[in-house]
Design a protein around this ligand. Structure first.
Ligand code: NAD
Length: 274
């Protein structure tokens, strides 16, 4: 572990963040942004340890501490073990970024129960298991004077598909729609305890999950028609939003989905029709 002290000016100094699915795409972007702001980062991964270690190395280069921890977020025992490890290493957890997610696309009539269950288990049940473990740790630890105005912060990475229906991906849209009311319900329940709960709803961000939409020029041109801002997002766009939601700068923001989508939810079809 890197023994250097975190940057003194950083807004998340002394705080520890668990970032699920932190070894790639949006999760890696958020892990780097929080690390740059001084947080200790637990980079969770389910597949390749190598990619998680690359993210850890980048964070350590920035002067913060980080470790890679394997866990399948849909497994209760894995999630419990990951939080135990985080507490053993860093003393507590202050921030959860529940980001791990998958797609298993199929036409509705062709969708198998396995495809349905896999997406719901990782995207929705995984969020439940991680948020419950984080909340229990926040309550166990209690307030630490001078660290943050909140007892803890939970940020879910949802999607514009908590709002926009998505044909051919009903399992994914159902998982993100469910995540929205899960987030709001626990925000209602936990607010008085000092725990802030929010989501980020990204639009199209250039990551491995949607490679076929931006790798091919024709597909990319079609995708850009859906984005008034006229560019595909980068994981750093989401990293900046997550940093703000995790910091005390957003102290009065609670129970909301911050849409970061270049305008995808503005019904762009109406630019030239209607
Ligand atoms: P990605 O494929 O790079 O990231 C998904 C991550 O989740 C991977 O690191 C993967 O290993 C991890 N993961 C998968 N199953 C897991 C499990 N069982 N346990 C732990 N980790 C697991 O793609 P991404 O685009 O970075 O996706 C991150 C999140 O952002 C997802 O929740 C996705 O739904 C959401 N999102 C992405 C976009 C986009 O345009 N890329 C848009 C909206 C929402």
């Amino acid at each position: 572990m890197n023994q250097e002290s975190p940057k003194p000016s950083a807004v998340l100094n002394g705080q520890t963040a668990v970032v699920t699915g932190g070894s790639s795409g949006i999760g890696a972007g958020i892990a780097r942004a929080l690390g740059e702001a001084g947080a200790n980062v637990v980079v969770n991964y389910s597949g390749s340890r190598e990619r998680a270690e690359e993210v850890v190395a980048r964070i350590r280069e920035q002067g913060s501490q980080a470790v890679a921890v394997q866990a399948d977020v849909s497994s209760e025992s894995d999630v419990e073990a990951m939080f135990r490890q985080a507490v053993e290493i860093f003393g507590t957890v202050d921030i959860l970024i529940s980001n791990a997610g998958v797609q298993q696309d199929a036409a509705f009539t062709e969708m198998t129960l396995d495809e349905w269950n896999k997406v719901i288990s990782i995207n929705l049940t995984g969020a439940f298991l991680c948020a419950r473990a984080a909340t229990r740790e926040f309550l166990r630890r209690g307030m630490v004077p001078g660290r943050s105005s909140a007892l803890g912060k939970i940020i879910f990475v949802s999607s514009v598909h908590e709002i926009i229906p998505w044909s051919g991906r009903v399992n994914y849209a159902a998982s993100k729609g469910g995540l929205m009311l899960f987030m709001k319900s626990i925000a209602q329940e936990l607010g008085a305890k000092g725990i802030r709960v929010n989501s980020i709803a990204p639009g199209a961000i250039r990551t491995p999950i949607n490679r076929e939409s931006w790798d091919d020029p024709e597909a990319k041109a079609e995708l850009l028609k859906l984005i008034p801002r006229n560019r595909i997002g980068d994981s750093s766009d989401i990293g900046k939003a997550a940093l703000w939601l995790a910091s005390d700068e957003s102290d009065y923001v609670h129970g909301t989905s911050l849409v970061v989508d270049g305008g995808m939810t503005l019904y762009p079809g109406f630019i030239s029709a209607g």
